[in-house]
Design a protein around this ligand. Sequence first.
Ligand SMILES: Nc1nc2c(ncn2[C@@H]2O[C@H](COP(=O)(O)OP(=O)(O)OP(=O)(O)O)[C@@H](O)[C@H]2O)c(=O)[nH]1
Ligand SMILES: [Mg+2]
Length: 244
Amino acid sequence: MAAAERVAVVLLGGRWAGKSSSGNSLLGLDSSTGGFNVGKQTDTCIMKETKIDSTLVSVIDTPSWMWVPAVDTSEEVKGQLKRSVILAEQGGHPAFLLVYPLGSPFLRRHKVAVEEHLALLGEEEEVWGHTMVLFSRGDWLAGRGTSIEEHIQTAGPELLWLLEKCGNRYHVINNKEKEMEKVKELLQKIKEMVRKREEMADESEEIPPVKRRRKSMEEPNQMTGDKSAAGGEVGEPSGAQDKD
Ligand SMILES: Nc1nc2c(ncn2[C@@H]2O[C@H](COP(=O)(O)OP(=O)(O)OP(=O)(O)O)[C@@H](O)[C@H]2O)c(=O)[nH]1
Ligand SMILES: [Mg+2]
């Protein structure tokens, strides 16, 4: 299947970053209409699907890490993060969105946490080559009357490091406004990232195919979920009602 027709987006990041909300923006849903639970801590991976124009998009929400080195993250959360990759590979061409809220400085401890938690997901070049920064809380920028470019220029070296690791791929989203045009723009960027990566993989045997990477990863215990139709989900729902 062509890369343009199907993608699987994994939402990654620290506590309260806006992962579930960003997933809902992609799905065009909210907590009360079948989207991810917002405002309640996500504790297992959940995959939901939607169709945006002709593209089938699998959206995978994950539990947060705290802003600590990976060694201090529970085995349960680490297992769920690894599981997200396996779910993504079932759902299409994997793309990782590293969700980070605007208005929060990205410091050395954030850098360490991101680097070490992404290392759990697979081979470094392969993972970072499929990763884009998704800045949530786009309304923060609007409130300050500044652009993302200006914000990046005045941010510290850690944020510049992050963007460089992501090949300068980023997108700004305001989850308080369901802006479909912005979501479509994001999807185009994701597809472009995946397409470029697939092309590089075709050109170079140095880059391990996704399937080979998967073999090297431990199968988690809880692979009981089945992918369901659009709007359906895979994995254990957290069950509680949202506060948002
Ligand atoms: N103003 C504003 N608030 C946002 C935005 N995105 C998320 N939030 C708020 O940020 C809080 C956390 O959002 P979640 O989507 O639950 O964040 P999360 O990363 O899934 O959080 P955990 O799973 O609990 O770690 C909620 O109160 C959201 O309403 C945004 O773009 N703008
Ligand atoms: Mg969440």
